[in-house]
Write a protein that binds this ligand. Sequence first.
Ligand code: 13P
Length: 250
Amino acid sequence: MRTPLIAGNWKMHKTPSEALTWLGDFLPKLSDQNPNADVLLGVPATHIAAMAARAGGGPLGIAAQDLSAFDEGAHTGEISGAMLRDAGATHVIIGHSERRADHHEDDATVHAKVAAARRHQLVPIVCVGESEEERDAGQAEAVVLRQLEAALGDMAFSDAGQLVIAYEPVWAIGTGRTATASDAGAMASVIRDALKRTLPAVADGVRILYGGSMKPGNAAELLAQEDIDGGLIGGASLQTDDLLAIATAA
Ligand code: 13P
């Protein structure tokens, strides 16, 4: 009932011209293989306009990796939701653990950014996930539920397509260590149950992604979990064939 969503997160990789070369390889293969999944690529802000123009409203959507909590004004270096939307992004990743760590984004900032995304009709991909210490201390669920509640707070969603959640255990990101399919699936179910309490009208349709060293070899098992509806893929999204292999496993 939920169409899988396979979302790449390029992080700070590739130049705009390298990205267009990558698309030249990827787009024909994507049309050819026509996976049973929505496919999205989160790219640096400098790439969005050219990549969205090249992807041209076809089967590949373009996402931003962050946005400003502000709409406009004296905020040097910031990029607003309106700018991203006008450049061609449809989604925006918010609260990635790298931003929480490198840029000290706290729960309140994540909430403000989700609100900003909604004001500009961008679908937020809200990232939650515990650190290794938190998991070892038996706090993984509590941390994830706190992040989720703080991010969404009092917000209302009229359509399940307006929200995506990504469960990304911090210790699995870029490490080659993946959560077991059953652990990842269990956390996705905890997230779904929380959504059922706070957003009952849309909870069944909201897509919950897993992220953290997902690759062609482990994607099918992770994606087979009942409440895992796709992936947020870092390293493996840089190679066209790997991203396609994951999309076709969905
Ligand atoms: P890796 O797939 O490289 O572990 O990155 C996951 C991630 O952070 C996606 O947002």
